[in-house]
Write a protein that binds this ligand. Structure first.
Ligand code: SAM
Length: 218
């Protein structure tokens, strides 16, 4: 397996970039929404389940998660305070402000108790962590998930293809703008102590996108 690209920018730079992009983010990422839409029913959140979204961005998935988990609250954590403001406005417009508890913070140290969540959703965000941090984030997911808890991941999947090589070139040249990079999503989950129970591999502009639901191993 060839190595995935490393992440050269700092967390502070990431926060500043997402803060700047927050108001326009949905305009230039509309093509990603269908992958999130494919991941949500696979995670299949049930009424009363405690759910966390990591890297909720503008809150697109939070709406569906909040409705599905009702009467339980949906939790969310995102590095960017400006993204949080956009997500909170979106929840308010949908009349769901009371159904979500959002925090600003770094998902490599989740501020939640162990065995707290039934399900976690993370879309186009696991790819933003540097290579040594991916297992750290997944360990944190393991820690806060209940036994048998589900982790839903939507991520660019690293494969040996021309589309991936071209995309990685842009990632190297413009890391602030092309921030996500393809990772070995499925293998990373298995290595971190999850069993992948459901998987789909779709394509976005020729790039492989993994949609996975993994169960926390005992
Ligand atoms: C590419 S966007 C994806 C947003 C959303 N999940 C979606 O699919 O539209 C990545 C999001 O992750 C957040 N993020 C980046 N690094 C993070 C970190 N270390 N901890 C938590 N959130 C982070 C960014 O602020 C941004 O909102």
């Amino acid at each position: 397996m060839t190595e995935i690209s490393r992440v050269s920018r700092s967390k502070e730079e990431a926060r500043q970039n997402y803060d700047k992009m927050s108001r326009w983010y949905d305009l230039f990422t509309s093509s990603e929404k269908k992958f999130t839409d494919a991941g949500l029913p696979m995670l299949n959140v049930q009424s009363g389940e405690s759910v966390l979204e990591i890297g909720f961005g503008t809150g697109y998935a939070l709406l569906a998660l909040a409705k599905a988990a009702n009467p339980a609250l949906v939790h969310g954590i995102d590095l960017s305070p400006e993204m949080r403001i956009v997500a909170e406005k979106r929840l308010a417009r949908a009349g769901l402000s009371e159904r979500a508890l959002l925090q600003t913070g770094d998902a490599s140290e989740l501020p939640y108790e162990k065995n707290f969540f039934d399900a976690i959703f993370i879309s186009f965000t696991l790819e933003l962590f540097d290579t040594p941090e991916i297992p750290r984030v997944l360990n944190e997911c393991r820690r806060v998930l209940k036994e048998g808890g589900r982790l839903g991941v939507v991520a660019l999947e690293k494969q040996d293809s021309r589309a991936v090589r071209i995309y990685e070139w842009f990632h190297q040249k413009m890391p602030s703008f092309v921030d996500c990079r393809p990772i070995y999503a499925s293998a990373s989950l298995e290595e971190a102590g999850f069993s992948v129970a459901k998987r789909k591999l779709l394509k976005m502009w020729g790039l492989p996108v993994s949609i996975l639901v993994a169960i926390k191993n005992p």
